[in-house]
Design a protein around this ligand. Sequence first.
Ligand code: GDP
Length: 299
Amino acid sequence: KDRLFGGFRKTSERLSTNLTEVVGTAKLDDSTLDNVEDALIMSDLGPSAAARIRAKLAEKKFGLNITETELKEAVAEEIAEILRPVAVPIEITAFPRPQVLLVIGVNGSGKTTTIAKLAHWFQEDDYGVMLAAGDTFRAAAIRQLATWAERIDVPIIRGPEGGDPASIVFDGVKAATEQGIDALVVDTAGRLQNKRELMDELAKIRKVLGRLNPEAPHDVVLVLDATNGQNALAQIDVFKEVAGVTGLIMTKLDGTARGGVLVAAAEQYGLPIHAIGVGEKIDDLRPFDPDLVAKVIAG
Ligand code: GDP
């Protein structure tokens, strides 16, 4: 677990400690189950996943004497049950190429870093990758993406600050097609403060893309910061409406005790979870392994 997850341990400590406090009384009766459910809610799994796990535990083990280790294993299994259906890797399958991936998320969520990590990931699988700097609202965003592109040696299509994102995307698809690129990863503005503008901007990008390839964008990946806890869930609601999210990547699981929010997201939205971010470095993106993550979360 440590080798794979580095710092992704605070989450485990949280629920683990909470569960440790629950047992002691040993018998899995109603009051122990109440405490388990509370521990799950306090660990950011959300009321709905907590109730579901409680019901499963009651169904399978009610009245049994149960050790702390058995309880944690049982909880991990129920968490894994929730996570397995949403563990869906991103596959590069688009035909014709390129596969167009729009990456969305609020500023600071780790969007830019995640784009670089994803691009690096695809490179390692021998896919040709190109980036498009569609977050033209902030000059810093364009620069930051360009720095990453240089560092990992992938081409980038960029324009001036304040330029038209849809035209960057148009240029990106054209260049990617000409150069036989497999995956075009597009950064987009993360301005949730101005929902209307963001919606218009994304709609325009979609319109331009759709004219070039009716299947594009193939993926609309929402990047969420796990340290935002329940707030990250609220962002799913908004971006689903604004952007038609097709999948999630949760970042910063190394620095937070709120990894339980992954389970809440899986339970409440059922959207594919493609990967998780566990650090600031280029190779700190991990495939989403539901069993492993469940074990880490349950402790
Ligand atoms: P953006 O504004 O959404 O594009 O966010 P950035 O990609 O610039 O990331 C914001 C900060 O979060 C930067 O300092 C990143 O290094 C950091 N960051 C991104 N992903 C992770 C992660 O998985 N773990 C940690 N610890 N930090 C991350």
